[in-house]
Design a binder for this molecule. Structure first.
Ligand code: AMP
Length: 285
């Protein structure tokens, strides 16, 4: 495994690999790796000759009052995991390498970037799309791997790749969860033991909604209200949103219709920690 920090050097090496016929898979992350990241790496290993793991806590996707500074980092541990998973290259540039003085070109995926997460985190998806575009330019991937946990991010990337004719296949991996159902996230490290227990309610309420829908409920308002009432049983939780959306647009729907697929997405602050989760479901005829 080689670790590279300079964009030019990474691009040179990988264009050499590509020219010698190697298929390149890239897994973009912000590090502090967990089993969700490992699932992406393994999928990339299955489908490519060379796996590049990028580790970059991207300042442009954090709002001014968000957790950029205190976002958890542990490069030593990440290196060990990457080594165990037989990653070929870690690319972990500095902020100055990615955003040098005078940097001023951004990618805006209009529409979807303003909904849900975008509404609560203005500018977030602009930062995500910009850095992913840069990482693709630097690592020249044939395929890239993203988690279903960040379903809206996945859609933003897919749209960018389509709109800009980028020759990258965008793949997704299902959300990896802790044994009790909490979606794995680097931010779970912020939770106190009490908050960690309470946080299970996010997934529990989504699963309950799935059952409610299976038994015939079709009204968005009823389903969303029952999710919210469960989450509000957590003492120090505050809900940013709970929404049922069309996964093709991320627009909310009012009434669920047979034969269609939906995504129920939520963002909740448990104490000071903002967590997101979602499930996908298809309504039976
Ligand atoms: P992050 O380091 O949190 O920016 O995540 C990097 C990639 O890992 C993104 O594509 C995430 O969607 C994905 N990811 C994060 N958590 C999970 C999880 N629990 N299961 C599957 N993928 C995940």
């Amino acid at each position: 495994m080689r670790e590279i920090t300079k964009p030019d050097q990474m691009q040179d090496i990988l264009s050499g690999e590509k020219n010698s016929g190697k298929r390149i898979g890239v897994v973009p992350t912000m590090g502090y790796l967990h089993d969700g990241h490992v699932a992406l790496i393994r999928e990339a290993q299955n489908e490519n000759d060379i796996v590049v793991l990028t580790i970059f806590v991207n300042p442009t996707q954090f709002g001014p009052n968000e957790d950029f500074e205190r976002y958890p980092r542990d490069i030593e541990r990440d290196r060990k995991i990457a080594e165990q998973e037989k990653v070929d290259y870690i690319f972990n540039p500095s902020v100055d390498e990615i955003y040098p003085q005078g940097f001023s070109t951004y990618v805006d995926v209009e529409g979807v970037s303003d909904l849900l997460e975008g509404e609560w985190r203005p500018g977030h998806f602009r930062g995500v799309a910009t850095v992913v575009m840069k990482l693709f330019q630097i690592t020249l991937p044939d395929a890239a791997y993203f988690g279903q946990k960040d379903a809206q991010q996945l859609m933003v990337i897919r749209k960018m790749v389509r709109d800009l004719h980028m020759p990258v296949s965008v793949n997704h991996v299902p959300t990896v969860r802790e044994p009790d159902g909490l979606a794995m996230s680097s931010r779970n490290a912020y939770l106190s033991p009490g908050e960690r227990k309470d946080a299970v309610m996010l997934f529990t309420s989504l699963q309950d909604a799935r059952e409610q829908i299976a038994s015939g409920e079709r009204s968005r308002d009823v389903i969303v209200e029952s999710i919210k009432s469960k989450i509000n049983t957590i003492g120090n939780a505050s809900i940013d949103y709970v929404e049922i959306v069309d996964p093709g647009t991320f627009r909310s729907v009012q009434q669920l219709e047979p034969g269609r697929e939906y995504c129920i997405a939520l963002a909740v602050r448990v104490g000071k920690t903002r967590l997101i989760d979602n499930i996908f479901l298809i309504i039976n005829n």
